[in-house]
Design a protein around this ligand. Structure first.
Ligand code: SAH
Length: 244
């Protein structure tokens, strides 16, 4: 038995933003594997086993999912947003690399709407020209790498999306990131704090870099930083399609 594993993105929160192909994979699954709050978004039903695990055990979770698939189960590994953006799809391929005996499993990755795209749509079109995404968590990379990437991205005038901007274990990182932006960009640079986008707790605020404070973000927030050209038009924020 070779087995099949689906890695699926559940989108940013609203059920209407789960793609039909992800919904079909979930309806067909015998097992759903993932981080506790994401698995909680999948309704229980007869014949479906939910395997919810804590954060920071991604590799063990991925290996477990591959083993279930190898045993003939129809397994869906779930992530929020898109599974390829700071999420489980890479962890699954890392697990395959570590365990060649699991290499024959047929793996399919189903995309989802990632947080920065849902947040950008709420604000208008702040990512309408070149942009990059940076994970501010230093769980899996040195903080110096994050600082260097952020500084160079600001110098290259990319718009940016910061994932994992702040958590209880990393309270100072966004403050430091804002300090770097202040050194590289003018005080009028637009910053969007988008919290729990597309859920009932959604909160979007648009401020200037001069007004931005690290406390405006928590672990459910994605932070969008405009480029030098990003501006307001009416109630919206957008980045023009042309750059100088
Ligand atoms: N795979 C996910 C990202 C996982 S990392 C995706 O593609 O969206 C977790 C981070 O994603 C959070 O710290 C936050 O920065 C961001 N995030 C996830 N869902 C969000 C939402 N609904 N609103 C705002 N930010 C969100």
């Amino acid at each position: 038995m070779t087995g099949m594993l689906v890695v699926a993105g559940l989108g940013p929160g609203d059920e209407a933003l789960i793609t039909p192909e992800v919904a079909a994979a979930l309806a067909d699954a015998t097992d759903v594997v993932g981080y506790i709050p994401y698995v909680a978004r999948v309704p229980a039903r007869e014949g479906l086993t939910l395997h919810a695990t804590d954060n920071r055990v991604e590799l063990a979770r991925a290996t477990h999912a591959l083993e279930l698939a190898a045993a003939g189960r129809r397994v869906v590994v779930v992530s929020s947003g898109d599974p390829g953006v700071f999420a489980m799809a890479s962890a699954v391929f890392e697990a395959v690399e570590h365990s060649p005996r699991l290499a024959d499993i047929d793996i399919r990755v189903l995309p989802g709407i990632t947080a920065m795209l849902a947040a950008a749509a709420r604000a208008g079109a702040p990512l309408g020209h070149d942009f990059c995404a940076i994970n501010l968590s230093d769980n899996l990379k040195p903080w110096e790498t994050i600082e260097r990437r952020l500084r160079l991205a600001a110098q290259a005038d990319f718009a940016m999306a910061f994932y994992n901007p702040r958590s209880a274990s990393r309270p100072h990182q966004l403050a430091r990131a804002l300090e770097i932006l202040r050194a590289e960009c003018g005080p009028d640079r637009l910053i969007i704090f988008a919290r729990a986008v597309t859920t009932p707790e959604e909160r979007i605020s648009v401020v200037t870099l001069a007004e931005a404070r690290a406390e405006m973000a928590d672990m459910r927030t994605v932070v969008l930083v405009g480029s030098a050209a990003t501006r307001r038009v009416g109630q919206h924020v957008y980045t023009p399609r042309r750059a100088g």
